[in-house]
Structures are given as C-alpha cells and as structure tokens.
Design a protein around this ligand. Sequence first.
Ligand SMILES: *[C@@H]1O[C@H](CO)[C@@H](O)[C@H](O)[C@H]1NC(C)=O
Ligand SMILES: *[C@@H]1O[C@H](CO)[C@@H](O)[C@H](O)[C@H]1NC(C)=O
Ligand SMILES: *[C@@H]1O[C@H](CO)[C@@H](O)[C@H](O)[C@H]1NC(C)=O
Length: 447
Amino acid sequence: MGEKEKYGLLPSFLDFSQDSKMKNFPFLEEIITTLVVNLSHSPVFLKRKGKLYPVKLLSAEQSLALQGPGCSSLGVGAFSENGPFRPSGKALIRNEYSWNREANMLYLETPIGVGFSYSNDTSSSLSVNDKITGMDNLVFLHKWFVKFPQYRNRSLFITGESYAGHYIPQLAELMIQFNKKEKLFNLKGIALGNPVLEFATDFNSRAEYFWSHGLISDPAYKLFTSTCNYSRYVSEYYRGSVSQTCSKVMSLITKETSRFVDNYDVTLDVCISSVLSQSKILNPQQVTAETVDVCVEDETGSYLNRRDVQNALHARLVGVNKWLVCSNILDYELLDVEIPTISLVGKITKAGIPVLVYSGDQDSVIPLTGSRTLVQGLAQELGLKTSVPYRVWFAGMQVGGWTQVYGDILSFATIRGASHEAPFSQPERSLVLFQAFIEGRPLPEAF
Ligand SMILES: *[C@@H]1O[C@H](CO)[C@@H](O)[C@H](O)[C@H]1NC(C)=O
Ligand SMILES: *[C@@H]1O[C@H](CO)[C@@H](O)[C@H](O)[C@H]1NC(C)=O
Ligand SMILES: *[C@@H]1O[C@H](CO)[C@@H](O)[C@H](O)[C@H]1NC(C)=O
C-alpha cells in the first residue's frame, strides 16, 4: 500500500489512564474514556458489543468539512453534534443523545492540518486532495487496527456529512479493495449526511430551496436558475475567474438571503456574535427561547483553545497559533468537489455494503432535494426496486422525517427540522436514525 509514515506514532492515541493532568478535568476524562472505550464518531465508529472496555487512548482524526474540506470532526462532530458533551460557557454539558450510547465512536481529524492533527514528517505537504486524503485515511485505519487488534472483528460503520460525501465513499472503496488482499475491515455500512455526491445536482438544488423557503424573490430565482446557476458560479470561483454575469447574480442572491440567515439551517437563529465578529459595538444577546445553542461552535473554539484543555489533551499546535474549526493552513484541491462520488456509492452497494443518505431538511447548502434525486437516480441505474416506499418515520412520538429504501441496501431519509449538521439541531431524531442504521433495520414506522 506504500504506507507513508505521516501519522508517525499516531499522535492522537495517547494513554490517559495514568495521567495526573486529567485530575482537574473530570468531564474531559470522561469524554476521553468514552471516545476511547467507545471509539468515537463521525466518519468512523465501531459497534459496541456488550460491555465497555478498559481504555487506553484518545482518538482524533477525520474531518467532516463544513464549509468544504478541512473542518474538524472533533470540534464539529464530537462537540457540536453527536458526542457525549457540548461546551457551554466554561463547562461541558451532557448530550443525552450522544451516539456513543449505541456504538464506540472514533472521530478522525483529516487530512493532516485539520484541528489538532499535524505531522512531524517534514516531507508531508499541506497541499492535499481527495486522493491523498483517502489514502491517508486508509493508512490511518490500517495502523489503528494493527495497533488495536481487539477491535478488528467489530462491525465497522463510517459516517460523516457534507464533504464526507467525498471522503467516505472514497475511503470505503479503498477498504473494499484492501479487503480483497487481506480481510481487515469489517465494513458493515456507511451513512452520509447532507453529502456532496454530485456537485451540479447538489449545488443547483439550492436555488429552488431558497425560493421555496422565501429567501429569494421570483426574479432572483429566475436569474439563479437561468442566467447563472450555483454550480457555474462555484466552478468559476474556484478557477479564479468569476464572470460579470455570475458576479451580479450572486450579489443579488446574497443580498436577498441576508447574512443573518444561516444557510446551514434556514429556520434556526444565527449566532449574532459570529455574524458580527468584526463589530465590537453590539453586545450579543444570545439567551433566547431556542433550545439549540446556535453559538456552540464559538464555544467549542473557546474551549479547545484553553491552555489547560490543550495540555490535558496533550494537543500540540503545530504550524498554527490556535485551534480552528476549519483549517486555514490546508491547501486543499478545491476542484475535487467536482468529482462525482455517487458512482462510488453504487459500487459500494454492489459490494453488499448498505448505504444510507440522510438529509437535515432545513439545510440549503446541500438540500434534501438534490440528495433525494441522486439516490433515486442511482437506485434506478442499479435496478434496485423500492423495498420501503416513501413514508414518514417516527422519533419521540413525532414525525422524525421521511424515508425510502431501495433493494434493502440503499436508503434515503430526511430528518425533519434538522440542519446540515443534523444531530446538532435534532439530536433525538438523529439518534433514532443512527440506531436504525447500525441495527440494519428500516426507520420506525410507528410509535
Ligand atoms: C513530533 O515532534 C515533537 C517534538 O520533537 C514530539 O514531542 C512529538 O512527540 C512528535 N510527534 C510524533 C507524532 O512523533
Ligand atoms: C477475529 O475473528 C477471527 C475469525 O473468527 C479469529 O480467528 C480472530 O482470532 C479474531 N480476532 C480477534 C482479535 O478477536
Ligand atoms: C448550470 O449552468 C451550466 C453552465 O451554464 C449548465 O451547463 C447547466 O446545465 C446548468 N444546470 C442547471 C441545473 O441549470
């Protein structure tokens, strides 16, 4: 496999069991115990069978690309979405819908340069792309299973969201290939949340989403679908040559939608202090009737930038002076967003591995409509017949969303009222979806 020694001694795996520094951090100790005992999150988790295991290490590698590649799985996934704790002021508060109630979660910061991840190998570059990231992820997991063989026979699932629509199918494909030589990865399913699978379909569903949710006017919608659509704009933008036409259309769209709307959840309030981060004048008033803490990302940033927290985590800041939710040192090949991964999803299902594509239905960035179209199209192409017809599913005696399953292997589901980072705004519904996914059964039909 031509392993590079990029990950060195697996910096993310540290033994905290005898660590005196941890004494002042009962919460942190617990999170680490959980992450390690229950390997943690977003792209990767190992299914727990029976009891907890004596714990040794902390994981931290992977990324779920929030605004694109390069965002932190630890910061977003573990601390804002489906981990056992969320930062709140100076404390951590418990998330009762943590996914590690169901599985051992392993959160991966990838590629190197994301979050606290770094490389001591001076030959490794921060210029990366999908291909390099996929290989690095494979090498990482390979080494991880070599180092912790006790987890080898567990069912392995990979989940993630957003740009993980690239990372996960690409990694899964490499694992399937690897398994042909040596059966190492007991891959049992992948779940992709609001994923980028085919950028034109995904990006261009934004116009209708904006329009149907009242975020843009009729004339703006017309321009955004005929004069310059979003995939064209992004394509021009990433090539550094935005046309006059697209520039005008995008200014209008941006003006109408307003920066005070969170594109990742068009119904949720915004974190005013983030939106106004340049302005010191307005004192943010964040205490609202909302049950969702829309400032959790800022709070995660403050928490993970505390010296005592960093020391306790044995985190080193290499090449950066603070922890950032999305890396600003990574030089990611942005044009890779145009690589369609929906065909890989087809290959993965053909290899007998179940795939779930789910959509937080309040997200305008990768709207449910694009994902639904892509999944439906793939099912048709593969000749997969509907095994669960489009219907509602339930969580907590309410409609959790809608779902459809094809050939008992390819599933689509929405999570009602959820954002791009679904477990952040709909933790209970997301946990129900997660449970059904790892148990390999359809979403609850009744309550
Ligand atoms: C990287 O180098 C630093 C300083 O020499 C060392 O403390 C750290 O353990 C090294 N990390 C890895 C993963 O080898
Ligand atoms: C995993 O399962 C195989 C086949 O049942 C067995 O030979 C092997 O010892 C198991 N490995 C571990 C680490 O439990
Ligand atoms: C988006 O724009 C491109 C370039 O003008 C065009 O080829 C494509 O068909 C458009 N897509 C949609 C969905 O309108």
